[in-house]
Design a binder for this molecule. Structure first.
Ligand code: PMP
Length: 460
């Protein structure tokens, strides 16, 4: 029960939240949100905040789109749910698979729906095991991920995620999971290493890890196009070309996690297109429905999907499914998102707004707490450091929230802006619908938070 006692003491004995300090949660009321309006969310006390992270990088069309709400209501009234399995499905799911296949960054894509990004990545691993088993390569089970990446919270995807706490806390990773270095340029580079030497070293490491594991035991490598959860690192020049060359040498697949970057973040529909990647499978979620309803998808390349066919032929069926995968209402909302992308030229808007976004991030570089920035599409990170402390070159190796970034986050809440604090930086990915004036207001509130944090620092 949630009790606000007469003495003003708060106690929460029931609600257990993820990525939270559970002791604090018992005695301190969390931030409770009640409404949304465009790029703003409003808490239970009526205070508004610019959601500079689109909540979890997902509310791409903001928090109050009437057309999305109407699409959901229409579907709720017509047929609120019906599972897509056992040779049965619904019209919105059929149409959505066709429309996604038509825009997918893999050729002749076959589409399988899940509920969350975690699930999509989890199923990717499962499907790889399944497909390779039936294609006469049962030993190709190992999957490679990169340090400090994030792919989800299921057992398999927490194992793929490279964050220390994600592993240590749950005794992961399990066997079949291989980890290579974080491509966070320049922070993860060795002293004196230039960008070419850095990417050469990462490619050589990948080659070595594959050789040591036995190339015939490795099925794929999963990568976020931009390392979001480690602090929004765009890939260094040449990185994906070199990585892909190594993978192709051994017949190992490239899986691209576009859970954050898909649906317009880069100014293209997919970051894979913006970067010229040729994935064997892409996973997506979040922006696919503007996050109004949970839905995720695997966009499987022809060869990969063909392996699933062979398994089904051998067994008489594909022994995998879930009640809420391809939820009918979620699919109807996702269809409306695709309509909105066309009708409102969302990609055109993102491309036009990116220079203003970049200028706003650069405009904060003069602040004493800001030491740099990283930018990609309509996303970015401000590097921050306490001027009284030596810089922590290793900050990006951890997903844990750091001191000064956390202090700025707290000051941001006061100033009416929500950013995502990580070790040594503040990460942002505002709703794609943000206007030039709203970017100005976002920068103003962020500067206020930075000023207040600086003013509150005890003198050295
Ligand atoms: N992949 C990436 C790159 C993510 O950032 C996330 C979540 N932030 C996920 C997968 C997992 O998605 P979900 O939270 O929907 O399970």
């Amino acid at each position: 029960m949630l009790i606000d006692g007469a003495d003003g003491n708060y106690r929460n004995d029931n609600l257990l939240l993820g990525f939270s300090d559970l002791r604090r949660l018992r005695s301190e009321r969390p931030l409770v949100f009640a409404k949304g309006r465009g790029i703003f969310v409003v808490d239970e006390n009526g205070k508004d905040y610019i959601e500079a992270v689109s909540s979890f990088y997902c509310a791409a069309l903001g928090f109050s789109d009437e057309e999305l709400a109407d699409a959901a209501m229409r579907q709720l009234r017509a047929l609120p749910m019906y599972p897509s399995a056992i040779h049965r499905t619904t019209a919105p799911v059929m149409e959505l698979s066709e429309r996604l296949a038509a825009i997918a960054p893999v050729r002749n894509a076959r589409v399988h729906f899940a509920v969350t990004g975690s699930e999509a990545n989890d199923h990717l691993v499962k499907f790889m095991w399944y497909g390779n088993g039936f294609a006469g390569e049962p030993r190709r089970r190992k999957i490679i991920s990169r340090k400090a990446s994030y792919h989800g919270s299921t057992i398999a995807t927490a194992a793929l995620g490279g964050g220390r706490d994600l592993h240590d806390s749950f005794a992961l990773p399990m066997q079949d999971y291989l980890v290579i270095g974080h491509p966070g340029w320049p922070d993860a580079a060795e002293p004196g290493e230039d960008e070419t030497a850095f990417t050469d070293r990462l490619a050589a490491e990948l080659d070595r890890v594959i050789q040591e594991a036995g190339p015939e035991t490795v099925g794929g490598l999963i990568a976020e196009p931009v390392s979001v959860s480690s602090g929004m690192y765009p890939p260094p020049a040449g990185y994906f070309e070199k990585i892909t060359t190594v993978l192709r040498r051994y017949g190992i697949r490239l899986f691209v996690d576009e859970v954050v970057t898909g649906f317009g973040r880069s100014g293209e529909m997919w970051a894979s297109q913006a970067m010229g990647l040729e994935p064997d499978c892409v996973t997506c979620a979040k922006g696919i429905s503007g996050a109004y309803m949970p839905i995720a998808a695997l966009l499987l390349g022809e060869e990969f999907a063909g392996r699933l066919d062979r398994g089904s032929d051998a067994k008489g069926w594909f022994a995998h499914g879930a009640t809420h995968a391809a939820h009918t209402v979620s699919a109807a909302v996702a269809l409306k998102v695709l309509d909105i992308f066309d009708e409102r030229d969302v990609l055109g808007h993102v491309r036009r707004i990116i220079p203003h976004w970049n200028a706003a991030l650069d405009g904060l570089l003069d602040h004493p707490l800001v030491t740099g920035n990283r930018k990609f599409g309509l996303m970015g990170a401000l590097k921050v450091a306490d001027p009284r402390e030596a810089p922590d070159g290793n900050a990006a190796a951890s997903l844990q929230v750091g001191g000064i970034a956390k202090a700025i986050y707290e000051a941001g809440l006061e100033a009416g802006i929500i950013v995502r604090p990580l070790a040594g930086c503040l990460v942002m990915a505002p709703p794609l619908i943000i206007t030039e004036a709203e970017i100005g207001e976002l920068a103003r509130r962020l500067r206020l938070a930075l000023d207040r944090t600086l003013a509150a620092l005890p003198a050295a």
